[in-house]
Design a binder for this molecule. Sequence first.
Ligand code: CA
Length: 233
Amino acid sequence: MSRVLVVEDESAIAELISINLRHAGYDVTIAGTADQAQAAVDGVLPDLVVLDWMLPGQSGLVLAKRWRTQARTRDLPIIMLTARAEEGDMISGLDAGADDYLTKPFSTNELLARIRAVLRRKAPEALDTMVDVGGLKLDPATRRVSKDERDVRIGPTEFRLLHFFMTHPERVHSRAQLLDRVWGDHVFIEERTVDVHVKRLREALDPVGCSRMIETVRGAGYRLTQQAQVLSS
Ligand code: CA
């Protein structure tokens, strides 16, 4: 279930949005100010933020800009809401890092369509597409991992971790980022947990000769790379 944070100070609008999103199957949190929104994001990273431009105190625009500068929130999908329909405003909103932009009043169906589109664009790992990195194949539809027709026996958490690594190869991911993206909630889990599952993932990949694809990057985190595979073969 995708988590959506709705940042809107007008409680009637916030309620209306959240009722409709919940009805559509989203897990919704409401924040009435930029500070509340920041606190919510610090707690649990949502899958998407519906962010009203006009908020008391700090504006949604400033908040979006700040999120874009921070590693943890850089890729956070944001749909900006505004009552102002000027083209200049739309450009500033998109410049601030919003993924999409809706002018009030909008229909719930329009918002839902935009949310689905942004989530699809931002989360390729959520799609049921087969991934292949250096001959290691992962099929989300059948939950099968294989190399040269040999199946890899793998637990559910290691499967999600490998899926994330394979859809974001060659990039270094910190333990905190992995907790956010793979576990979805970094608050209740220690970063050491990541190390445990990376170890299990390597053990699972060892029989097919792929354990060295998961590299430890000292002081930074982990990455999946094809280079090690090439060097070791
Ligand atoms: Ca407002």
